[in-house]
Design a protein around this ligand. Structure first.
Ligand code: SF4
Ligand code: SF4
Length: 128
């Protein structure tokens, strides 16, 4: 699926403290201060590639619905302007899978899916 990223840049301004790319204030050292865009976009790490991360590491562990809605909730948590992200993901899933808009995640699905994503992401974040 193509994740409907809004390019808000919030995930690039809230890196974990232990990330090697953290400039010290949560911002990524590759985030362009003027354009607020990634300065190494074509070579950005796997953890920054929502679709590639799913294909390479998580497609055998989570359904597209759970994975992409977990990611969408992360975007909402980082920036309130992304409130529509879960609905955008549901629309995208319906369009690409030729079906009905899937349901939002239950609290349990969100919690379990998040744990799987975080477990897979942890070593990638440490190596960022
Ligand atoms: S927080 Fe979400 S919507 Fe914003 S740039 Fe990151 S992935 Fe895209
Ligand atoms: S390397 Fe990743 S976190 Fe850093 S600016 Fe690029 S996309 Fe954002």
């Amino acid at each position: 699926m193509n994740f409907p990223c809004t390019s808000c840049g919030a995930c690039c301004r809230h890196l974990p403290p232990h990330s090697a790319l953290n400039a010290g204030d949560g911002r990524c050292v590759h985030l362009d201060a003027v354009t607020q865009r990634c300065g190494v976009y074509a070579q950005r790490p796997l953890i920054c590639r929502v679709d590639d991360l799913y294909q390479q590491r998580l497609s055998s562990k989570l359904t597209p619905r759970v994975y992409y809605l977990v990611q969408a909730e992360g975007c909402v948590a980082l920036d309130a302007r992304n409130q529509q992200m879960p609905d955008a993901v549901r629309e995208q899933l319906a369009a690409e899978q030729g079906g009905v808009r899937p349901d939002l995640l239950t609290e349990e699905e969100l919690h379990q899916g998040l744990q799987v994503v975080l477990t897979e992401a942890a070593p990638l974040v440490a190596r960022m």
